[in-house]
Design a protein. Sequence first.
Length: 605
Amino acid sequence: MKRIITIFLVFFTQVSLLAQEGLSTAEKVDGVFKNMTGWFVEDVIFKEINFGKVNETRNFNLSDSLSKDFTFKIVKDSIYISSLKLKSKQTAEKIHYSNPKARILENSVIVLPLNQIQEFKNESISISAPFVKVPWVLFVLIGGAIYFTFTFRFVQFRLFGTAIKTIQGKYDEIDHHGAHKTVGDDEQNDDIPDTIKIEGHHGEVSHFQALTAALSGTVGLGNIAGVAVALSIGGPGATFWMIVAGLLGMASKFAECTLGVCYRDIDENGVVYGGPMYYLTKGLKEKGLKTFGKVLAVIFAVLVIGGSFGGGNMFQANQASAQLIELFDMTNPNAGIYIGLVMAALTALVIIGGIKRIASVTDKLVPFMAVLYVGAALVIIFMNFKMVPEAVSLIFTEAFTGTAIAGGFIGALIQGFKRGTFSNEAGVGSAAIAHSAVRTRYPASEGVVALLEPFIDTVVICTMTAVVLVITNLHLGYFEYGVKVSEGVELTAKAFESQIPHSSIVLTIAVFLFAFSTMISWSYYGLQGFKFLFGKSKVVDITYKLLFLIFIVIGAAITLGSVIDFSDAMIFGMVVPNMIGVVILIPTIRKELAKYLKAISAVKK
């Protein structure tokens, strides 16, 4: 056994050393990879649509060297001028060097304080903001969430209390053993035909464990870094729309997770296989769309495998490693390798045991890391309690009248929805894989529990990050709304550190835990896709897990670029087959919900 472990570690080290020593080569490979996959990222999944143009007229005294239709952005007390529309290349340098308070951003954008505009006289002009662009996939996510909200009569609000009671175990009796005699249902009618032959096996984990397993996949670095980036682009108003996105996304989670349980497979040992792959094949087959469903299922499986290796693995390891190296000021060039090996070892201890082991870890880890992070955020909020009304007022007013760099109120709306939907993954279908392992006879019971996920992830945790950033920025002004930050983790760390000395240590722990929890959950998602395509044998199981562990070390040791863009595109590409399947199977969801609510009502009598 020791020899196997030694060989295993040596293999990991050699793979990582090759990656580490070939950074320049890796950069070239990354460029080639971008050329090969850029079409899929930019022209397919994240293809942008012009959302509209925000017109605004302001008079400024400017020099004759500026054209009358130059591109601008108004942010706070500054004007952002794009040199692409200036009459001459020398104009940008002229503005910059003749005014000490002017500065040049990337893409040759000039930033000039409005109170300094008077230096350039002789011309009064009208200016208009640029087009707001948004990826089409965001429309699918938002549109689906709104559609499900109305279709299921605001299920996220109507059954919020029921979800809490289900988590608390108030309905365990009917959930585990059924209420057939009470409600008059036949034993066989409560099971999917494909699993009826295996009586006694109704799942592997509890409602709470299924919820925490799914939450560990969505609660990640996006809650820390992604929110900071969204606010830097969309302004404080993005927070409001982020909350709206989370509330709407609760309906999407309910729908897809109900189907995940409804159409799952359970083998003779009680091991569960579920997720969109299964309700796309079985559910669409019931609707007479067998071939179409199979094609969608295969597409989803391929995408979830790719997403698990990239955004669900390498990116998480990379960011956690970078944060640890910065905190402890590590100078060893192989530090990333060592951190990656440790993370791989810890991950191996969890994922080798399957969903039961994953759930047993996440049901302790998720509450701990949520309390740790949210607790630190609440301390900062209470320390600045007098500023809370001003921050809340800013969030609401900027949501509708903001001057975000992305185009006023529309920019705030887009950034908020983008962060909210991308964070909680509602509509992506990934969480349905974890929720499908729950122990229950009523698929809708887990759908009801699942609607809590976007609320916790987005409405609570993401909002805590946003409020801390807005409050600290009110009196410190350490970042400028409308100027996109490249490192969201650093911005959030600065906000925490400015209020609580040495809180960067707490944040680093949170980053590590968020990354670790995301990896173990996405390993399960990818494994389910892998087994759907290649079979459910032990060899397939071990092969995927070894590959996943290897990618952890590689991710922690190298600088990632277009590989992550591609994997993120794969994750959100899952939206297409998933949403098609969920919409077609809405009648099944209605039926299962009615059945569960009927059982609850019968027990209450």
